[in-house]
Design a protein around this ligand. Sequence first.
Ligand SMILES: [Cu+2]
Length: 233
Amino acid sequence: MHRPNLNNLSPNERTLLANLIQLYTTPNIIDIHGNAVSSGIHSDPALFLSFHRNYIGGLETFLLQQGYPQWVPLPAWNPVEQIPQEFNIPNTGPERLQNLNPNVSFSPEFDQENLINFATVEELGEALIPRHNLVHRRIGGVMNNMRRAPVAPIFWPFHSFIDDIWWDWQRITVVVPSCIGLSIVNATRLLDNCGLHIDMKANFYTSPWIRIKQQKPAPLTVTPRGTIVKLYY
Ligand SMILES: [Cu+2]
């Protein structure tokens, strides 16, 4: 996790952050989400992640402009914890939040050490969407209105939390580049740059200029950083 926990901020800080979020969420900003929902982003796993990252990015730009770099990246709220009182917004009217304690855990499936079980960003997004939907439903009120959910300030730190899971996954995995046709020396350099290693033993007595014919894992496979790639020539 690289985003600070919303619940570790002081109550005053949370009040200020919630106010800034409300200042940012003009009808135009809400419409961006509404239109994205209409065009189906919640059923496209990869787009679901990238859309919300950009959407949060808009708020982060705003926070920087307003002079609050300490909240970039935006703090995250883990829905296994209570929604803090300062984020109980709206708390009146038909759109008010119904439940501050949705009590939805993303553990252990989405713990760092298990993220490697998701072979592609689509798999990760697909697994995240239903759990994410459950949080929206359990909070209720405007959070259960997919088009208008960003009206609730807690929407933003909640999506920060989801985004952090994706970020972790991106950090521990890498797409294996193709070394086919490269010399051993250039392949080593390329793999090094991606945080991958080369099986040296296989190539120890060979000229470093021999060209690679085959590799394992195959090009474009998602694999943990630090994986040893075997090259054949
Ligand atoms: Cu959402």
